[in-house]
Write a protein that binds this ligand. Structure first.
Ligand code: GLN
Length: 309
Protein backbone atom coordinates (compact mmCIF):
# COMPACT_ATOMS: atom_id res chain seq x y z
CA UNK A 1 0.00 0.00 0.00
CA UNK A 2 2.68 2.53 0.83
CA UNK A 3 5.05 3.57 -1.87
CA UNK A 4 7.77 2.13 0.33
CA UNK A 5 6.59 -1.36 -0.49
CA UNK A 6 7.09 -0.89 -4.22
CA UNK A 7 10.18 1.29 -4.24
CA UNK A 8 12.82 1.29 -1.52
CA UNK A 9 12.79 4.49 0.52
CA UNK A 10 15.28 7.04 -0.67
CA UNK A 11 17.77 7.30 2.21
CA UNK A 12 17.88 11.03 1.56
CA UNK A 13 14.13 11.51 1.85
CA UNK A 14 12.94 13.03 5.06
CA UNK A 15 9.67 14.23 6.49
CA UNK A 16 8.71 17.87 6.88
CA UNK A 17 9.10 17.56 10.65
CA UNK A 18 12.58 16.06 10.30
CA UNK A 19 13.62 18.68 7.76
CA UNK A 20 12.47 21.41 10.13
CA UNK A 21 14.36 19.96 13.08
CA UNK A 22 17.54 19.53 11.02
CA UNK A 23 17.40 23.02 9.63
CA UNK A 24 16.77 24.52 13.06
CA UNK A 25 19.76 22.62 14.37
CA UNK A 26 22.12 23.68 11.60
CA UNK A 27 21.04 27.33 11.84
CA UNK A 28 21.61 27.25 15.61
CA UNK A 29 25.03 25.67 15.09
CA UNK A 30 25.79 28.36 12.54
CA UNK A 31 25.09 31.08 15.10
CA UNK A 32 21.87 32.39 13.54
CA UNK A 33 19.94 34.46 16.06
CA UNK A 34 16.42 33.03 15.73
CA UNK A 35 17.00 29.50 14.41
CA UNK A 36 13.52 28.14 15.16
CA UNK A 37 11.62 30.99 13.55
CA UNK A 38 13.92 31.22 10.55
CA UNK A 39 13.84 27.44 9.96
CA UNK A 40 10.07 27.47 9.99
CA UNK A 41 9.74 30.41 7.59
CA UNK A 42 12.27 28.91 5.18
CA UNK A 43 10.65 25.46 5.25
CA UNK A 44 7.18 26.88 4.57
CA UNK A 45 8.55 28.96 1.69
CA UNK A 46 10.62 26.13 0.18
CA UNK A 47 7.60 23.83 0.20
CA UNK A 48 5.09 26.53 -0.68
CA UNK A 49 2.79 25.45 2.15
CA UNK A 50 0.85 27.27 4.85
CA UNK A 51 1.56 26.90 8.58
CA UNK A 52 -1.68 24.88 8.83
CA UNK A 53 -0.50 22.43 6.17
CA UNK A 54 2.69 21.88 8.11
CA UNK A 55 0.75 21.14 11.29
CA UNK A 56 -1.65 18.80 9.51
CA UNK A 57 0.92 16.79 7.54
CA UNK A 58 4.26 16.87 9.36
CA UNK A 59 4.99 13.33 8.16
CA UNK A 60 4.76 14.11 4.43
CA UNK A 61 8.04 13.48 2.66
CA UNK A 62 9.89 16.26 0.89
CA UNK A 63 10.18 15.83 -2.86
CA UNK A 64 13.64 15.96 -4.33
CA UNK A 65 12.94 19.43 -5.68
CA UNK A 66 11.71 20.70 -2.32
CA UNK A 67 14.77 19.29 -0.61
CA UNK A 68 17.00 21.07 -3.14
CA UNK A 69 15.27 24.39 -2.66
CA UNK A 70 15.45 24.04 1.11
CA UNK A 71 19.15 23.18 0.96
CA UNK A 72 19.74 26.31 -1.12
CA UNK A 73 17.78 28.46 1.38
CA UNK A 74 19.75 26.94 4.26
CA UNK A 75 23.06 27.65 2.56
CA UNK A 76 22.06 31.27 1.93
CA UNK A 77 20.81 31.82 5.48
CA UNK A 78 24.02 30.37 6.91
CA UNK A 79 25.90 32.87 4.73
CA UNK A 80 23.91 35.57 6.63
CA UNK A 81 21.43 36.43 3.92
CA UNK A 82 18.32 37.67 5.77
CA UNK A 83 15.16 35.54 5.59
CA UNK A 84 13.28 38.44 4.00
CA UNK A 85 15.81 38.56 1.14
CA UNK A 86 15.59 34.81 0.60
CA UNK A 87 11.80 34.98 0.55
CA UNK A 88 11.90 38.20 -1.51
CA UNK A 89 9.22 39.68 0.70
CA UNK A 90 8.68 41.32 4.07
CA UNK A 91 5.62 42.40 5.97
CA UNK A 92 5.26 46.04 7.02
CA UNK A 93 2.20 47.64 8.64
CA UNK A 94 0.37 44.35 8.05
CA UNK A 95 0.97 44.35 4.29
CA UNK A 96 3.39 42.32 2.17
CA UNK A 97 6.19 44.18 0.36
CA UNK A 98 8.28 42.59 -2.34
CA UNK A 99 11.97 43.40 -2.24
CA UNK A 100 14.70 43.88 -4.79
CA UNK A 101 18.44 44.44 -4.53
CA UNK A 102 17.67 48.19 -4.65
CA UNK A 103 15.39 48.24 -1.62
CA UNK A 104 16.11 48.18 2.06
CA UNK A 105 14.23 45.45 3.93
CA UNK A 106 11.45 47.39 5.70
CA UNK A 107 12.07 47.30 9.48
CA UNK A 108 9.42 47.14 12.19
CA UNK A 109 11.13 50.21 13.74
CA UNK A 110 10.08 52.25 10.73
CA UNK A 111 6.44 51.79 11.71
CA UNK A 112 7.23 54.51 14.26
CA UNK A 113 7.24 56.97 11.33
CA UNK A 114 3.72 55.90 10.33
CA UNK A 115 2.42 56.05 13.91
CA UNK A 116 3.93 59.49 14.50
CA UNK A 117 2.59 60.98 11.28
CA UNK A 118 -0.89 59.59 11.92
CA UNK A 119 -0.89 60.84 15.50
CA UNK A 120 -0.03 64.40 14.40
CA UNK A 121 -2.40 64.72 11.45
CA UNK A 122 -5.55 66.49 12.57
CA UNK A 123 -7.86 64.87 9.98
CA UNK A 124 -7.31 61.46 8.43
CA UNK A 125 -10.06 62.07 5.87
CA UNK A 126 -8.35 65.17 4.47
CA UNK A 127 -7.13 65.15 0.84
CA UNK A 128 -3.49 65.34 1.87
CA UNK A 129 -0.53 65.52 -0.48
CA UNK A 130 2.38 63.35 0.66
CA UNK A 131 5.94 62.92 -0.57
CA UNK A 132 8.22 60.05 0.51
CA UNK A 133 11.93 60.54 -0.20
CA UNK A 134 14.03 57.41 -0.69
CA UNK A 135 10.87 55.35 -0.92
CA UNK A 136 12.67 52.02 -1.44
CA UNK A 137 10.05 49.28 -1.37
CA UNK A 138 7.37 51.98 -1.01
CA UNK A 139 6.52 50.75 2.48
CA UNK A 140 6.11 54.14 4.18
CA UNK A 141 4.04 55.75 1.43
CA UNK A 142 1.87 52.67 0.92
CA UNK A 143 1.15 52.32 4.64
CA UNK A 144 0.22 56.01 4.90
CA UNK A 145 -2.05 55.92 1.86
CA UNK A 146 -3.71 52.84 3.30
CA UNK A 147 -4.53 54.78 6.48
CA UNK A 148 -5.40 58.07 4.76
CA UNK A 149 -8.11 57.16 2.25
CA UNK A 150 -8.28 60.56 0.52
CA UNK A 151 -4.55 61.25 0.40
CA UNK A 152 -2.36 61.15 -2.70
CA UNK A 153 1.36 60.58 -2.66
CA UNK A 154 4.56 60.57 -4.60
CA UNK A 155 7.52 58.33 -3.85
CA UNK A 156 10.99 59.39 -4.98
CA UNK A 157 14.05 57.17 -5.22
CA UNK A 158 17.44 57.55 -6.82
CA UNK A 159 17.40 53.88 -7.79
CA UNK A 160 15.14 52.97 -10.68
CA UNK A 161 14.81 49.40 -9.42
CA UNK A 162 13.41 50.73 -6.15
CA UNK A 163 10.89 53.08 -7.80
CA UNK A 164 9.68 50.18 -9.95
CA UNK A 165 9.33 47.82 -6.99
CA UNK A 166 7.59 50.52 -4.93
CA UNK A 167 5.03 51.04 -7.69
CA UNK A 168 4.33 47.31 -7.81
CA UNK A 169 3.95 47.16 -4.03
CA UNK A 170 1.59 50.15 -3.92
CA UNK A 171 -0.56 48.49 -6.61
CA UNK A 172 -0.52 45.08 -4.95
CA UNK A 173 -1.60 46.67 -1.67
CA UNK A 174 -4.51 48.54 -3.20
CA UNK A 175 -3.25 52.14 -3.20
CA UNK A 176 -1.68 52.23 -6.69
CA UNK A 177 -4.28 54.67 -8.02
CA UNK A 178 -3.24 57.28 -5.44
CA UNK A 179 0.53 56.83 -5.69
CA UNK A 180 3.11 57.92 -8.25
CA UNK A 181 6.75 56.98 -8.23
CA UNK A 182 9.62 58.83 -9.82
CA UNK A 183 13.35 58.37 -10.13
CA UNK A 184 15.05 61.48 -8.84
CA UNK A 185 17.63 63.09 -6.62
CA UNK A 186 15.73 64.14 -3.49
CA UNK A 187 13.40 67.03 -4.34
CA UNK A 188 15.18 68.16 -7.53
CA UNK A 189 12.27 67.18 -9.74
CA UNK A 190 9.47 68.24 -7.42
CA UNK A 191 7.38 71.25 -6.64
CA UNK A 192 5.37 71.57 -3.47
CA UNK A 193 3.36 72.11 -1.56
CA UNK A 194 2.90 68.93 0.47
CA UNK A 195 1.03 68.57 3.73
CA UNK A 196 3.27 65.66 4.70
CA UNK A 197 6.93 65.05 3.84
CA UNK A 198 8.26 61.70 5.04
CA UNK A 199 11.53 59.86 4.65
CA UNK A 200 13.63 57.05 6.01
CA UNK A 201 16.81 58.36 4.42
CA UNK A 202 20.23 56.73 4.62
CA UNK A 203 21.54 57.90 8.00
CA UNK A 204 24.51 55.72 8.88
CA UNK A 205 27.86 57.56 8.93
CA UNK A 206 29.96 56.32 5.99
CA UNK A 207 32.68 54.81 8.12
CA UNK A 208 30.17 52.96 10.30
CA UNK A 209 28.47 51.18 7.38
CA UNK A 210 31.29 48.62 7.20
CA UNK A 211 30.80 47.71 10.87
CA UNK A 212 27.08 46.87 10.63
CA UNK A 213 25.86 43.26 10.90
CA UNK A 214 26.65 41.15 7.87
CA UNK A 215 22.92 40.76 7.22
CA UNK A 216 22.67 44.53 6.70
CA UNK A 217 26.12 45.34 5.35
CA UNK A 218 26.14 42.66 2.67
CA UNK A 219 22.48 42.60 1.70
CA UNK A 220 20.91 46.04 2.11
CA UNK A 221 21.88 48.51 -0.62
CA UNK A 222 24.65 50.87 0.48
CA UNK A 223 22.77 53.74 -1.15
CA UNK A 224 19.98 53.22 1.39
CA UNK A 225 22.35 53.20 4.38
CA UNK A 226 25.22 55.63 3.81
CA UNK A 227 24.31 59.09 5.07
CA UNK A 228 27.70 60.69 4.35
CA UNK A 229 30.59 61.51 6.70
CA UNK A 230 28.41 62.19 9.77
CA UNK A 231 25.26 60.37 8.61
CA UNK A 232 23.30 63.65 8.54
CA UNK A 233 23.77 64.71 4.93
CA UNK A 234 20.28 63.65 3.74
CA UNK A 235 18.66 65.65 6.57
CA UNK A 236 20.59 68.76 5.52
CA UNK A 237 19.29 68.33 1.99
CA UNK A 238 15.69 67.66 3.00
CA UNK A 239 15.55 70.41 5.63
CA UNK A 240 16.98 72.83 3.09
CA UNK A 241 13.95 72.11 0.89
CA UNK A 242 11.40 72.54 3.69
CA UNK A 243 10.46 76.07 2.80
CA UNK A 244 9.82 75.18 -0.82
CA UNK A 245 8.06 71.87 -0.21
CA UNK A 246 5.89 72.32 2.88
CA UNK A 247 2.32 73.58 2.87
CA UNK A 248 1.78 76.22 5.58
CA UNK A 249 0.78 73.73 8.27
CA UNK A 250 2.74 70.89 6.70
CA UNK A 251 4.64 68.27 8.65
CA UNK A 252 7.99 66.64 8.09
CA UNK A 253 8.37 63.21 9.68
CA UNK A 254 11.71 61.45 9.36
CA UNK A 255 13.25 58.26 10.62
CA UNK A 256 16.52 59.02 12.42
CA UNK A 257 19.35 57.04 14.01
CA UNK A 258 19.09 56.34 17.76
CA UNK A 259 21.64 59.09 18.57
CA UNK A 260 20.60 61.71 16.00
CA UNK A 261 17.62 63.35 17.72
CA UNK A 262 19.50 66.34 19.01
CA UNK A 263 21.56 66.96 15.88
CA UNK A 264 18.59 66.74 13.51
CA UNK A 265 16.54 68.94 15.81
CA UNK A 266 19.31 71.58 15.73
CA UNK A 267 19.63 71.41 11.96
CA UNK A 268 15.87 71.74 11.68
CA UNK A 269 15.80 74.81 13.93
CA UNK A 270 18.41 76.43 11.69
CA UNK A 271 16.04 75.81 8.75
CA UNK A 272 13.12 77.44 10.56
CA UNK A 273 11.50 74.22 11.77
CA UNK A 274 10.50 73.31 15.28
CA UNK A 275 10.54 69.81 16.70
CA UNK A 276 7.02 68.64 17.52
CA UNK A 277 7.98 65.20 18.69
CA UNK A 278 10.84 62.77 19.07
CA UNK A 279 9.33 59.28 19.01
CA UNK A 280 10.81 55.99 20.19
CA UNK A 281 10.74 52.56 18.60
CA UNK A 282 9.79 49.33 20.36
CA UNK A 283 13.31 48.97 21.76
CA UNK A 284 13.05 52.42 23.36
CA UNK A 285 15.49 54.06 20.94
CA UNK A 286 14.79 57.48 19.47
CA UNK A 287 13.71 56.59 15.94
CA UNK A 288 11.64 59.40 14.52
CA UNK A 289 11.43 63.18 14.47
CA UNK A 290 8.39 65.26 13.55
CA UNK A 291 8.84 68.89 12.49
CA UNK A 292 6.80 71.87 11.42
CA UNK A 293 7.52 75.46 10.51
CA UNK A 294 8.10 77.83 13.38
CA UNK A 295 5.46 80.57 13.38
CA UNK A 296 7.81 83.48 12.77
CA UNK A 297 9.63 81.83 9.90
CA UNK A 298 8.95 82.56 6.28
CA UNK A 299 10.56 83.93 3.17
CA UNK A 300 8.06 86.72 2.89
CA UNK A 301 9.15 88.11 6.24
CA UNK A 302 9.06 91.87 5.86
CA UNK A 303 11.03 94.33 7.91
CA UNK A 304 8.69 96.58 9.91
CA UNK A 305 8.88 100.15 8.61
CA UNK A 306 10.09 101.55 11.94
CA UNK A 307 13.15 99.28 11.88
CA UNK A 308 14.56 100.77 8.75
CA UNK A 309 17.61 102.95 9.45
N1 GLN B 1 17.71 51.08 10.37
C1 GLN B 1 18.75 50.70 9.47
C2 GLN B 1 19.85 49.98 10.22
O1 GLN B 1 19.85 49.97 11.41
C3 GLN B 1 19.32 51.91 8.76
C4 GLN B 1 18.40 52.40 7.76
C5 GLN B 1 18.79 53.74 7.24
O2 GLN B 1 19.95 54.15 7.13
N2 GLN B 1 17.81 54.44 6.91
O3 GLN B 1 20.68 49.38 9.63
Amino acid sequence: MSRDSTSPPDPASITRAQALARLRHSLAEGGIENPALDARLLLLAALGISPAELVMRPEALLTEREAEILADFARRRLAREPVARILGEREFWGMPFRLSADTLVPRPDTETVIETALALLPDRQAPLRIVDFGTGSGAILTALLHELPRAWGIGVDLAEGAARMARENARANGVGDRASFVVGNWADCLKGPFELVVSNPPYIASEVVGTLDREVREHDPRLALDGGPDGLEPYRVLLGEADRLLAPDGLMVFEIGYDQGESVSHLAAASGLETLRLAHDLSGNTRCIALKRTRSHGRTFSVPAGDKD
